[in-house]
Ligand binder design. Structure first.
Ligand SMILES: [Zn+2]
Length: 408
């Protein structure tokens, strides 16, 4: 059960003095390389998907592969939306399997940043999903030269961090203390005094974006002062690009598969180096035994329809499928009719929630309440509703199991 609660995971790192890599992946080779590194070093890992990269791959197509990689891993994994642009981005990410989301409204004035972030926190917490906020401004775009994206570093202050933390309820905070996304000119100068103040003020896991190019000693000081998550992409991208150039120069450059040969190997090597450097290597078993597993819930309803014809019943079901699938925390909605004619219950809903928290937030969601009261309950006579915590194939036991039954 290697998908674990990301808040538990980062709290473990925060309280045990190490940092977990959140590696942005842009292809299956990156995914493979990152997971391989985590397995080899026995490190917890965050598979990170940056919204700014969605123009290079189809998020919806990639997520099933990311989830499969997480489920078959023997080390703890979390799946994170990096730099989500809006509340809608966060809802979509959760419905496709992310169990951590970042909202980045750091370019907005503080009061707007607080407001946008608070909305995401309310939605995500109702889905059991933790949220990373960002305060201050880290210039640049993942993997590009920072000089191409001008803008001064806007440093996070401890005072703003307190206000922001109190008013948004974020679980982790990305701060700006001198790093930039992508490559930078010269050596990065980090403001550790400021970091120490922020850490003492907030006492939650801190996040550094723009981790590429820092010295070993700078990493050690970051981690000693509360940084528990390090976002890392540029160096992986550099290693992959260098490999492609080598392949081009060599005979291997004559075909696509020749060009991308061994990308996963060089990505794995760089990620592995980081896992050792940041102290995450060797922590997998501790994290697995101390963190809650991330498990979905199947919400099952079986029922009969009274007082309307088959066409109206089908219209009601189609409408419900659409309405319910859009509720935050809902992964999938199946509807069905029994194959045999003589069954006690003719129809079914099977709604998959990402997390047990959704049992309550779904029931209270205005769209669910309106559909249930106006369209479903008036025609659904006998019905049984049960929430099952389900176990993926290959998993040997259920932890923290819930099984709530209600015959309405
Ligand atoms: Zn970033």
């Amino acid at each position: 059960m290697p998908l674990v609660d990301m808040k538990d995971m980062l709290n473990h790192a925060y309280h045990h003095g190490y940092a977990i890599g959140a590696f942005d992946l842009v292809s299956l080779d990156f995914l493979h390389g990152i997971i391989t590194a985590a397995e080899r070093t026995r490190a917890p890992v965050i598979l990170s998907l940056a919204e700014s990269h969605f123009e290079y791959f189809d998020f919806e197509l990639v997520m099933p592969a990311v989830e499969t990689a997480a489920k078959r891993a023997s080390v703890p994994v979390a799946i994170h939306l990096d730099h989500g642009a809006s509340l809608a981005s966060a809802v979509t990410a959760i419905s496709h399997g992310c169990n951590g989301v970042m909202v980045d409204a750091s370019h907005e004035p503080l009061s707007n940043n607080i407001q946008s972030t608070r909305a995401v926190v309310d939605m995500a917490h109702a889905c059991g999903v933790p949220v990373e906020g960002e305060l201050g401004y880290v210039p640049g775009v993942e993997g590009e030269d920072a000089e191409r994206h001008p803008g001064e570093v806007a440093y996070t202050t401890a005072e703003e961090a307190r206000t922001y933390g109190d008013q948004t309820g974020v679980d982790f905070l990305a701060i700006s203390i001198g790093t930039v996304h992508g490559h930078m000119k010269g050596k990065p100068k980090l403001d550790f005094r400021r970091l120490k103040q922020i850490n003492e003020t907030l006492d939650i896991p801190l996040v550094i974006h723009g981790g590429t190019g820092l010295s070993d000693d700078q990493y050690r000081q970051l981690i000693a002062n509360g940084v528990a998550k390090i976002n890392y992409y540029t160096a992986l991208s550099d290693a992959a690009a260098k490999k492609i150039n080598e392949n081009t120069a060599a005979d291997a450059g004559s075909s696509y598969t020749g060009l991308v040969k061994d990308i996963r190997t060089v990505v794995a090597a760089e990620a592995e180096r980081c896992m050792h450097l940041w102290g995450a290597a060797g922590r997998a078993d501790e994290v697995l035994s101390n963190c809650r597993p991330w498990m979905p819930v199947e919400h099952l309803i079986i029922y009969n329809v009274h007082g309307i014809g088959k066409a109206d019943a089908e219209a009601m079901i189609a409408e419900g499928r659409q309405v319910l699938a859009a509720i935050p925390g809902v992964r999938e909605v199946f509807t069905g009719e029994s194959v045999q004619n003589n069954t006690k219950y003719r129809y079914t809903w099977l709604v998959r929630f990402c997390h047990p928290a959704v049992i309550d937030s779904y029931r209270e969601h205005p769209d669910h309440v309106a559909f249930a009261n106006n369209q479903f309950r008036p025609v659904a006579g006998e019905r049984i509703s049960i929430d099952y915590q389900t176990v993926a194939p290959g998993t040997s036991h259920i932890e923290h199991s819930i099984n709530r039954e209600a015959i309405q």
